[in-house]
Write a protein that binds this ligand. Structure first.
Ligand code: ADP
Ligand code: MG
Length: 377
């Protein structure tokens, strides 16, 4: 029964993707914080439309610039509200889809808050795992699922295992020897997790590794991409059907530009690597969204590693993080331009609202399926 439902859901999803694409770009504006200071530099430069939750306006050098994304979260949006908009995406990896969620933006714009959050207010990472645990439990009568996590970072185009025994070791991305065309990372540690306690242990371990190995964690984390890779493997006990879905949760390096004159030595090298990989990511998403024949996955470690999860029937969400402070408007403008570029492909006559709701709500997807109204079995 579930297998049939799964096939119908896939068919329906593929049809939606064919019509509307599978990449979404959201914006999230953080509140003004103490760190922004108190003077005119900390004035609020971002405003919203009461009747359109996809638009935001930025006051930059006395001029108002408006942007339209797929959805915009204002500063008062809670972690829960944000997660509500991504949960259908998260659960689709149980059905065998690969998913990427990226947090993009300058350092201090709220990337880590959105992905990791705080102990009192966890972000997407923890909420996603919690949801996966409960969904999988709900299917336990027919299916066996294993959920594993890996954590890695990419710094200066080198890939490192955050959960491994030998953290300094650089990992390579390789083609699977089975001829499937899939990529894998030999030696990347994978932990099986079954509960929130398990993931807390894994996260703490990863954090400790990062903390003890760098002199300044904040600086380091703003210059490296942090990836949490969740793999969900399912086995239908009665039919032997197997599914594998991957959820990639990525806290990207800070997108701020570094003045050529100011930076030198290792700082300049870092900046060049970050620049290269973020533009490679933008190029890949743009090529996918505009359905170009050639997608330049190989231009950075990040896009190469995530190739399987960005192409085919995979789903991608880019969460562009924005600081509302006056002093940050130049960088904010760059981030929003990046956001517009990756979503600025003409998608045909389908209305944006309809397109968005069909992607974010599972009910809509199932309701659309020709089989879901027929009696199961
Ligand atoms: P980044 O990871 O992009 O460098 P952070 O996530 O560390 O930025 O956020 C910078 C600061 O702003 C942190 O103190 C964080 O707690 C706070 N912050 C970010 N977004 C929000 C939000 N939506 N609500 C409340 N505080 C936030
Ligand atoms: Mg951060």
């Amino acid at each position: 029964k579930y297998r049939r439902e799964l096939q119908l859901r896939k068919k329906c999803h593929n049809e939606l993707v064919r019509l509307k694409g599978n990449i979404r770009v959201f914006g999230r504006v953080r509140p003004i914080t103490k760190e922004d200071g108190e003077g005119p530099e900390a004035a609020n430069a971002v405003t919203f439309d009461a009747d359109d939750d996809a638009v935001l306006h930025l006051l930059h050098k006395g001029k108002q610039v408006s942007f339209e994304l797929d959805k915009v979260f204002p500063p008062q949006a809670s972690q829960e509200e944000v997660f509500q908009e991504v949960q259908a995406l998260v659960t689709s990896c149980i059905d065998g889809y690969n998913v990427c969620i990226f947090a993009y933006g300058q350092t201090g714009a709220g990337k880590t808050y959105t992905m990791e959050g705080t102990a009192a207010n966890p972000g997407i990472n923890q909420r996603a795992l919690q949801l996966l645990f409960s969904e999988v439990r709900g299917k336990a009568a027919d299916w066996d699922y294993t959920i594993t996590v890996s954590a890695a970072e990419i710094y200066n185009e080198a890939l490192r295992d955050l959960l491994g025994k030998e953290p300094q070791e650089k990992l390579e991305i390789k083609l699977c020897p089975d001829g499937s065309g899939q990529l894998y990372v030999p030696g990347l540690t994978e932990f099986r997790v079954q509960s929130v306690e398990d993931i807390n242990k894994v996260f703490d371990f990863g954090h400790i590794k990062r903390v003890t190995e760098c002199t300044n964690l904040n600086e380091h984390s703003s210059r490296s991409h942090a990836l949490l890779i969740v793999t969900v493997r399912g086995l239908d006990r009665s039919t032997g059907l197997r599914t594998t879905g991957k959820l990639n949760l990525v806290d990207l390096a800070g997108s701020e530009r570094v003045g050529r004159s100011g930076a030198e030595g290792s700082r300049l090298r870092e900046a060049q690597h970050i620049n290269k990989s973020l533009s490679a990511l933008g190029d890949v998403i743009y090529a996918l969204r505009s359905r170009q024949g050639h997608v330049p996955f190989r231009n950075s470690k990040l896009t190469y590693l995530l190739q399987d999860s960005l192409s085919g029937d995979s789903k991608t969400l880019m969460m562009v993080q924005v600081s509302p402070a006056e002093k940050n408007t130049s960088e904010t403008l760059c981030s929003l331009k990046f956001a517009e570029r990756v979503r600025s492909v003409e998608l045909g006559p389908v209305s944006r609202k309809a397109e968005l709701s069909s992607w974010t709500s599972q009910e809509h997807l199932e309701g659309d399926s020709p089989g879901s109204t027929a009696p199961p079995g």
